[in-house]
Design a protein around this ligand. Structure first.
Ligand SMILES: C[S@@+](CC[C@H](N)C(=O)[O-])C[C@H]1O[C@@H](n2cnc3c(N)ncnc32)[C@H](O)[C@@H]1O
Length: 286
């Protein structure tokens, strides 16, 4: 059962499914299969869906959720930076749509206990799957300057230097293994009224670093934009400005690419916590 509300659902389904009669759709961030289900329900037998996710556990749940569409779906446990091999395998003109709903899923936060949130005490891991390094290794082994850069670059956190210095100081005495230990250091580094925002930013920064998220997205989007043919579309749901900068950079100055940004509706912003920061980019290859 899909127990979360997919972000910008109606808007994504309309954009991806409109005018789509045959060919292949790549859902690069399948998760529990919420958007995927919508794509399958709103297209006919001529449409095949490749459900990609780097997280094996997420794909297992998606498989259960999408069993009725068995003959039209294939599940691929891979990173979306590797989609070039799918363009080679299926030929570019057969791939009609590419979709991304970036970041982590509520399922990864609530069920998988990988230390993605400062709200629960868990081991510091933060791997979505198929990453070499964990948050524990970054926190305990990275030097102070690099740690501070990670917090500043990926979290835009102005107290990054002070937080990095405090982490390096504390880890001399005992290894930082849990989210609770990290939260305590962060709280002790910034004024009380800024603590919650700083916690979100530091956890986001670490997650981006562990999973190499920006590199992954930039590589994948550029492959899609280069290989898709006229009439194809790319839908991207982004949650922060670092992701949006990649879209701007990758599409700038290209006459054959049209980009439109859609915000979540007022209702969705009210009802769905993740929907608040979500923005759908509708990219069309002319
Ligand atoms: C926001 S969730 C997607 C939720 C999904 N749209 C749904 O409705 O259930 C993002 C998913 O993308 C996956 N993901 C993130 N980065 C990835 C990457 N580089 N390659 C493959 N999967 C990735 C995550 O593991 C996560 O399951």
């Amino acid at each position: 059962m899909i127990d979360h509300i997919p972000v910008l659902f109606e808007e994504s389904i309309k954009f991806i499914c409109e005018g789509l009669n045959e060919g292949i759709v790549l859902d690069c961030t399948c998760g529990a299969g919420g958007h995927a289900k919508g794509f399958l329900e709103n297209t006919g037998e001529g449409i095949l869906l490749k459900c990609i996710d780097r997280d094996k556990d997420a794909l297992e749940i998606a498989k259960e959720n999408l069993t009725v569409f068995n003959n039209r779906v294939e599940f691929l446990n891979m990173k979306f930076s590797e989609i070039g091999c799918l363009f080679d395998k299926y030929k570019s003109n057969n791939i009609k749509r590419v979709f991304y709903d970036l970041g982590i899923s509520s399922m990864q936060i609530d069920k998988f206990q990988r230390g993605f949130t400062y709200k629960k005490n868990q081991k510091l891991d933060m791997r979505m799957g198929k990453s070499k390094i964990t948050a524990n290794e970054i926190i305990n082994k990275t030097n102070e300057d690099e740690l501070s850069d990670i917090f500043y670059k990926y979290g835009q956190e102005k107290f990054s230097r002070r937080i990095a210095a405090n982490i390096v100081d504390k880890r001399q005495y005992s290894k930082i293994e849990t989210t609770e230990q990290l939260v305590k250091i962060i709280r002790g580094s910034v004024p009380v009224k800024m603590q919650l925002k700083t916690l979100s930013r530091i956890f986001q920064a670490l997650r981006i670093a562990v999973n190499n998220e920006l590199y992954e997205f930039e590589i994948s989007l550029n492959v899609a934009l280069e290989r898709l043919e006229s009439g194809a579309k790319v839908g991207v749901i982004t949650y922060h400005s670092l992701e949006r900068n990649i879209i701007r950079k990758s599409t700038a100055g290209k006459d054959n690419i049209k980009v439109k940004k859609v915000n979540a509706s007022k209702k969705e912003i009210k009802d769905n916590r993740r929907g608040r920061s979500g923005k759908l980019y509708r990219i069309e290859i002319l």
